[in-house]
Design a protein around this ligand. Sequence first.
Ligand SMILES: Cc1cc2nc3c(=O)[nH]c(=O)nc-3n(C[C@H](O)[C@H](O)[C@H](O)COP(=O)(O)OP(=O)(O)OC[C@H]3O[C@@H](n4cnc5c(N)ncnc54)[C@H](O)[C@@H]3O)c2cc1C
Length: 343
Amino acid sequence: MKVAVVGGGVMGAATAWRLAKRGADVVVYDRHSPPHALGSSHGESRIIRTAYFEGSWYVPLLQEVFGLWRELEGISGKRLLTMTGALMIGGESSENVAGALAAAKEHHLDAEFLDTEALRRRYRGHVVRAGDVAVLDRQAGILNPDASVAALLAHVPHVESETEVRSISDLRGRFDRVVVAAGPWTPELIDWLPLSVERQVHGWFSFARDAEAGSWFTPDRFPAFVRFSDESGFMYGIPSLDGKTVLTSKYMRGVSGHVTRTLTCMYTNTPDGHFVIDFSPEDRSVVVISACSGHGFKFGPVIGDIAADLVLDGGTRRDISRFSAARFAPSPHVPHHDGHRDQ
Ligand SMILES: Cc1cc2nc3c(=O)[nH]c(=O)nc-3n(C[C@H](O)[C@H](O)[C@H](O)COP(=O)(O)OP(=O)(O)OC[C@H]3O[C@@H](n4cnc5c(N)ncnc54)[C@H](O)[C@@H]3O)c2cc1C
C-alpha cells in the first residue's frame, strides 16, 4: 500500500516508522527539514509519565509506549529515555494530584503519595508550602525530542523535506492512503477541526550561589514535575541535564532568577485538551492525528502504531473512542423550546 504522511514531527515520523516496519510504501512530506525547531517536537526534554491526571483512559497507551521507546533505542543505538520519576505537586484536591492518584489506584501503578512533610524532606529543590502534597509516579522520566525524531526518521525510507503539501486531494490521486500529522499547521489542511495554536516558551535558570543547590537538581534526586497552584496554575520542570541550569519557576529553592536560555515551541490545542486520532469524516482513506494540546510527545510511537493500524487494517485494537473527531462535529440543529431559531 502506498501511503503519504504529511509532517515529519514526532507523530508523522512515528507513524511512518510503524508503517514501514509493516511493509507499507511510505513517503513523509515535510515543509521544513525535520528534525527542525519550527514546530512542536524540538528541544532537549519532554516529560513522560504514567499516573495520568488528564485521564486514566490514557494509561494503557502509556504502559505500551515505554516498550516502543525502548525498541526505538534498541534499533537506533541512541539513549532517548531517562527514567527520573515524576512528581505531581499541589493541594490534595488539585487536578494533577487527585487525577494522578485516581489513575494510579485504578491501574495499580507504581506510585506513592507524599504528604507535606515527606515532600519537603525528600525534595529540597521545591518550595513546599502548607497544604502542598505530591504523588510520586515512578514509571516516568524524560525523553530527548531532538534525538527521538532523528531516530524515528532514520527508520523512514523516504522523506521529502522542504516540500509543502498544499492540499490533501493533491496526494489522494497518487497514494492509497494519506495521514495528516501537520501539528500547528493542521488548520491549513483540515478545516473541520476546531484547533487553536499557542506559543510556548521554555526557560532555563542558573543555580543560586548556594554550593548545595546544584545537588538538589540532579536527575536521580529531582524527578520531573507538574505543579499546580491557584495563583499560578500549571507549571512543569525537569531535573538539570547540564549540571548548571534547571528548567523551572518561582516555586524552587537554590535557583537564581537569571534566565540562561529560552526555547520557543507551539502547542496545537483542541477545545477539550484531548487528542484527535481518527479517519476524516469526509474520506476514510485519510487519517488525521492532532495529538498535542501540550502533552502528546510521550505517546508518539504508540499513536504512530495506532495510525498504522487505521491505515492498513481500517481499525485498531486500542480504545481510541475518546479521540474521535466526531466529538467536535457541530451538533445537528435543535429548535429552541421557545420556538425561535438562532440567527
Ligand atoms: C514547550 C512545549 C513543551 C511540551 N512538553 C511536553 C512534555 O513534557 N511531554 C509531552 O508528552 N508533550 C509535550 N509537548 C507536546 C509535544 O511536544 C507535541 O504534542 C508534539 O511534539 C506534537 O508533534 P506533531 O508531530 O503533532 O507536531 P510537529 O512536531 O509540529 O510536526 C508537524 C510537522 O508537519 C510539518 N508540516 C506542517 N504543515 C505541512 C504541510 N502543509 N506540508 C508538509 N509538511 C507540513 C511541519 O514542518 C512539522 O515538521 C510540549 C510541547 C511544547 C511546545
